[in-house]
Design a protein around this ligand. Structure first.
Ligand code: FMN
Length: 177
């Protein structure tokens, strides 16, 4: 049987970008705004990009990365909304192309098809963002109703500091009509 959450349930999809180390900030902000959160990470992101133990302690749920076995209960309730943060070049291109070879991309493809609101915080270097396939992917995802935040390159500014990622932008985008 599928579990129902008492609070609206937010899927946080985490990809393998360096900035992922700060994802607990998003989860804490979401909880403050009344969401219950569960994290789905890409397999590469599970390899040291963020503190999975800290995320599990904060959400009270396991971080998911692989498909469940047939017959196992669904580990998360169905999503009321999804934030993809950080979103990588790789995952965004695969999602737009419908290549569901990770639980994260499969979940995104399905959630979009169900009409679940989805916000995306890309973290993609300018050199990769210049690739025509990436531009086409963003156009396609926007056409599917996906809400995509302004570009963030992850690179240091002229002062040598990396600008703030602004994790709460994902929650703000979900609130837009
Ligand atoms: C330390 C490190 C930082 C990375 N940061 C980024 C990044 O900010 N954005 C990005 O698109 N890829 C980044 N990558 C490359 C991705 O990890 C790589 O493309 C990977 O295949 C993405 O897998 P995923 O989309 O399934 O998470 C980084 C790789 C490493 C090793």
């Amino acid at each position: 049987m599928t579990e129902r959450a008492e609070k609206p349930f937010l899927y946080v999809v985490v990809c393998a970008a360096g900035i992922a180390a700060g994802v607990t900030e998003l989860i804490t902000a979401a909880q403050r705004r009344g969401w219950e959160a569960g994290v789905i990470a890409t397999p590469v992101a599970m390899g040291g990009f963020f503190d999975t133990g800290a995320v599990e302690a904060r959400t009270g749920r396991p971080v998911r990365s692989a498909w469940r076995s047939p017959g196992d209960p669904r580990p998360f309730p169905p999503p009321d909304a999804v934030v993809v943060a950080p979103a990588t070049f790789n995952t965004l291109n695969k999602w737009a192309a419908g290549l569901a070879d990770t639980l994260a991309v499969g979940t995104l493809c399905e959630a979009a098809g169900l009409g679940v609101p989805i916000a995306v915080l890309p973290c993609v270097a300018d050199a990769l963002a210049a690739h025509p396939a990436y531009r086409d992917s963003l156009t396609r995802l926007r056409g599917m109703g996906v809400r995509i935040a302004d570009p963030y390159t992850g690179e240091p500014g002229p002062d040598g500091h990396r600008p703030r990622f602004g994790w709460e932008r994902g929650l703000d985008l979900l609130q837009r009509p």
